[in-house]
Design a protein around this ligand. Structure first.
Ligand code: SAM
Ligand code: TMP
Ligand code: ZN
Length: 405
């Protein structure tokens, strides 16, 4: 029996993807070492409602010096984080000498704007290569895992933080107890802890099962985040739904009793209760939909292959590791995946070993069909790749259902 990483309650499993590789472990073709696999399965805590993985991958295996995800690859995300920086400064950075800390700053996509405003800041990220990119943009960065000890040390050298922010990072951290104790040590009395991550409500609604992979240890909801915050002496004071990455929620947390919660918090929790998104029956139904989607996708790809059409994938996303490995999509069905990240090019996708090619080669020549692994960036990509469509190319998407568009 697995016990909850937050409250030690019983975690009920609702889906097992079987053996999966690390989602960001793109291999060199000449690498003959044994690939690391773990069991990817997901469950819900009967007690605190937190949806979480059944098995934890050691953090050093995932967040290595050459961690290949670069946040600044998407222009929509760059704009999102520029806006976010201004919002954070308006909400919490108005004091005499405000201090903003970001957990998982990656290549500095958000903190760059804070640095440009001349505001005192610190990014904490364990992955060396991306942290160095951030430093190159004038961001002050510490190459480290954020946890209680890191936070205590920062508090001693820099004093209290007015804003602690994280995007697509808190859900990556199983040791959330240590993070909350760290936030407690570092946050100013009226400071805010703001984080945004993929939203369970959207994942269930859209059957976006590829949001489930090693790095996404938690799938948050307002209910589970409020329960967790309260365990550590904090209160969930605001929630905002965000359209990015296929649907996220930005949670704002303050110290208990310091800020009045916005009406949006109760409203979202009420909606979650009504939709029963943490009810095991709904989650088991989600599991049925996942299997159906996957079957529809492999059937379509096999048909296109038989008919002699050329198919390639677009975006070597971490998410696609779950789809490709669970649905058994390898180089026989999809001979190449195109991606603009230099750190992924020339490598093979984890587990399925599809070659990752530079984006410049996508048009040389265009495939008949492009499987949109980066479906969360669909608007941006489809707008940029109009020539592909103009020349008869078609997109294949599988969220919320398998479709040719
Ligand atoms: N914030 C960026 C964004 O939203 O695009 C980056 C997200 S990336 C998916 C997750 C980042 O969190 C990686 O750069 C990783 O190195 C970092 N990370 C993982 N565990 C961490 C921890 N305990 N403390 C700080 N950063 C961490
Ligand atoms: P993400 O879904 O985790 O943000 O990953 C997106 C991946 O897709 C990342 O490897 C970068 C790649 N990508 C492109 O190659 N071209 C693009 O236009 C966009 C938006 C992303
Ligand atoms: Zn629990």
């Amino acid at each position: 029996m697995t016990s909850c990483r937050i409250c030690q309650g019983v975690v009920q499993e609702f889906f097992d993807f079987g053996r999966q590789p690390l989602s960001d472990a793109f291999r060199r073709p000449e690498d003959s070492s044994e690939e690391f696999f773990y069991r990817l399965a997901v469950g819900v805590c009967e007690q605190c409602t937190m949806v979480q993985l059944m098995e934890e991958v050691p953090r050093e295996r995932m967040f290595r010096a050459d961690y290949p995800y670069h946040s600044s690859m998407s222009s929509v995300m760059r704009d999102h984080f520029t806006r976010t920086a201004h919002q954070l400064l308006a909400a919490g950075g108005r004091g005499e000498d405000p201090f903003v800390v970001e957990i998982g700053c990656n290549d500095g996509v958000m903190l760059k704007t804070v640095a440009e405003q001349g505001v005192r800041h610190l990014g904490v990220d364990p992955s060396r290569d991306v942290a160095e990119l951030a430093a190159g943009k004038g961001v002050r960065v510490q190459i480290d895992f954020f946890q209680e000890s890191t936070a205590t040390a920062i508090r001693e050298t820099d004093g209290p933080a007015d804003v602690i922010y994280a995007a697509n990072t808190i859900c990556h951290i199983p040791y959330l107890d240590s993070v909350f104790r760290g936030v407690d040590a570092l946050l100013a009395p009226d400071g805010i802890f703001v984080f945004e991550d993929p939203y369970l409500g959207d994942i269930v609604e859209r059957t976006s099962f590829d949001q489930i992979y090693d790095e996404h240890f938690y799938l948050f909801s307002a209910s589970s985040v409020r329960a967790t915050a309260r365990r550590f002496g904090f209160e969930l004071v605001d929630v905002e739904r965000l359209p990015v990455h296929g649907g996220e929620v930005r949670y704002t947390i303050g110290r208990e009793g310091r800020r009045e919660p916005a009406a949006a918090v109760d409203a979202l929790i009420a909606e979650e209760r009504k939709r029963q998104i943490v009810d095991i029956t709904i989650l088991e139904n989600f599991a049925v939909e996942v299997k159906r989607n996957c079957e529809a996708l492999t059937t379509l790809l096999a048909q296109l292959h038989e008919q002699g059409h050329t198919v390639a994938a677009y975006g070597a996303t971490a998410k696609s590791a779950t789809v490709a490995n669970y649905c058994d999509i390898g180089p026989d069905l999809v001979p190449a995946v195109f991606d603009s990240t230099a750190a992924k090019q020339g490598r093979l996708t984890p587990g399925t070993h599809i070659p990752v090619r530079p984006m410049e080669e996508f048009s040389a020549p265009y495939p008949d069909y492009a499987l949109l692994f980066a479906w969360n960036h669909a608007d941006e990509i489809i707008a940029k790749e109009q020539e592909f469509r103009a020349r008869g190319g078609k997109w294949i998407v599988y969220v919320p259902e398998v479709k040719i568009i």
